[in-house]
Design a protein around this ligand. Structure first.
Ligand code: CA
Length: 269
C-alpha cells in the first residue's frame, strides 16, 4: 500500500516537472526568436532560423529607410535649386539697388543745382524789388537833392513799416533838419489833402525813454513836436515810443509802436 502511494506521487511530480520544462523551453524559444529579429534588424546578413518568418520585417524596414532617404535627397535637391534661385534674385536685386543709388546720387546733384538756382533767383528778385523800390520812390515821391521820400498807403506797425522800407531798398523817412522836415510836411499834406492822417517816421525812443533816435540808430537833433496847450507832444512816456507825423501840419506825435498806420520811406538817389 505504501509503495503504491509513493509511486503515484513520483508520477505526479514527474508530470509536473515535464510540464514546467516544456513551458520554460517554449519561453526560451520565444526569446530566441525575439533576439533573432532584433539581430537581423541590426545586421541584415545574419541568416534567419529555419523555423522563423524569413523576409518581411527586415525588408519593410529597409524599404522605409530607402523611401525616407530618397525623400530627403529630393528635398535637398529642391532646397539647392531654391537657394540657387535666391542667389540669382539677390544678385539681380543688388544690381538694381546699385542702379537706384546711382540715380538718387544724380538726383541729389540736380536738386542741389536747383536749390542754388532758386537761391539766385530769390536773391535777384530781392535785388530787383529794391531797385524797383528806389526807382518808384524817386519817380512817385518827393525828390530832394540827395534822397527821395515816398508815402505808402497800407497799414503797418512801426516794425512792419521799417521792414517794408528796407525790402524796397530804402529805410523809414528820417527828416534830419528843418529843410527836410518842411519838404516832407508839404509832400504829406498834399498827398492827403484835405484829410489828416498820421504816418510813421523813422524815429523812436525805444532804447531809452526820452532819447530819440532815427531808425538807423543815429541821434535826432531837429524836432517838430506838436505844441498845443491841450496836447503837447510827446506825452506817452514809456507807453508811446514811436513817432508819427500828422499829414495836415507835419507835426510829430508819439504813438504806440504796435499801432498800424500809413508810413513814409526814403531812398538814396
Ligand atoms: Ca516814449
Amino acid at each position: 500500500m505504501e509503495k503504491a502511494v509513493l509511486f503515484a506521487a513520483v508520477l505526479c511530480v514527474s508530470y509536473l516537472l515535464d510540464t514546467e520544462v516544456n513551458s520554460l523551453e517554449q519561453e526560451a524559444l520565444r526569446g530566441d526568436v525575439f533576439n533573432a529579429t532584433v539581430d537581423q534588424s541590426k545586421e541584415t546578413d545574419v541568416e534567419p532560423r529555419g523555423d522563423e518568418p524569413s523576409e518581411p520585417e527586415p525588408t519593410v524596414a529597409v524599404s522605409d529607410f530607402e523611401t525616407t532617404y530618397n525623400y530627403v535627397l529630393s528635398r535637398l535637391a529642391a532646397m539647392d535649386q531654391a537657394i540657387h534661385r535666391l542667389n540669382v534674385g539677390h544678385y539681380t536685386l543688388d544690381v538694381k539697388v546699385t542702379q537706384l543709388l546711382d540715380r538718387i546720387s544724380r538726383l541729389d546733384g540736380k536738386l542741389a543745382d536747383l536749390e542754388d538756382t532758386i537761391q539766385q533767383v530769390s536773391l535777384f528778385s530781392k535785388q530787383n524789388r529794391k531797385e524797383i523800390g528806389r526807382l518808384e520812390g524817386c519817380q512817385k515821391g518827393r525828390r530832394m537833392s540827395y534822397k527821395c521820400f515816398l508815402v505808402y498807403r497800407t497799414y503797418e506797425t512801426y516794425a512792419g513799416a521799417s521792414q517794408q522800407c528796407q525790402e524796397r531798398g530804402g529805410r523809414m523817412a528820417m527828416p534830419r533838419d528843418r529843410k527836410e522836415q518842411e519838404a516832407l510836411a508839404e509832400y504829406v499834406r498834399n498827398a492827403f489833402h484835405p484829410g489828416n492822417w498820421p504816418v510813421w517816421l523813422g524815429i523812436n525812443d525805444l532804447r531809452s525813454e526820452g532819447l530819440y533816435l532815427f531808425d538807423d540808430s543815429t541821434r535826432v537833433t531837429y524836432f517838430q513836436w506838436r505844441k498845443h496847450f491841450l496836447s503837447s507832444q510827446p506825452d506817452g512816456g514809456k507807453r508811446e515810443n514811436c513817432v508819427a507825423m500828422s499829414s495836415d501840419d507835419g507835426d510829430w506825435w508819439d504813438n504806440y509802436c504796435d499801432r498800424r498806420m500809413y508810413y513814409l520811406c526814403e531812398f538814396d538817389i
